[in-house]
Design a protein around this ligand. Sequence first.
Ligand SMILES: [Zn+2]
Length: 214
Amino acid sequence: MVMLIKSIGSEGPTRLFVGGVHGKEYRTTVPILKKFAEIFDKKEELEGKLVIYSFGEESGSYVSTLKAEFYDTDAGKELLSVIDRHSPKIYLELHSYPASNYSGLISPDRPIEKGVPPLVDLGSGVLMHSISPILSKEFDDDDFCILIDVPGGYSPNEKFYEMMGEIAISKNRREAILKLEEMYPEKVDEMRRNYMNFYVTIYRILRPQNDFKT
Ligand SMILES: [Zn+2]
């Protein structure tokens, strides 16, 4: 069941922050999103609207957002309907992971194993990357979509909330990336490298058999 945590601002471009879309992740994401909503202090700089939702306890088992089946679950359908309702220009999806999953999430083998680039560790196990390729089809090229995955039970520091705040006041993809580059220059580079490697890997798998024959 998705619940609105807070809606801030009014007409204009919308930013949508959501968390806890599957499993028990809501236990970590609800307190983080509530705290962020409470301490967000850039309302004057917000042109447009910020809406924050979190999912609660879901019936059924955990389904990865990388799988098409997720978007057929109750939570997946609700997520699509929230995105459809708000048509956000900026979309942040907050997840949490058990410590045992860390090495798989940042593994260079992730392109082969999961069909997506590895996540990048911003520090303290806070992982960042783009959202599921299935969901990104719902957005325009100019929209900014980011996935943040934090360790289960994580209690963020000030910089984490500051980063969320900077994303929240960005009006489009370009602005959001510039803000992230200011805060985490090396990490944004690492994300770009991961993407390059990902595409090279995919190319190697899919290239025509006679590619290098003359
Ligand atoms: Zn997740």
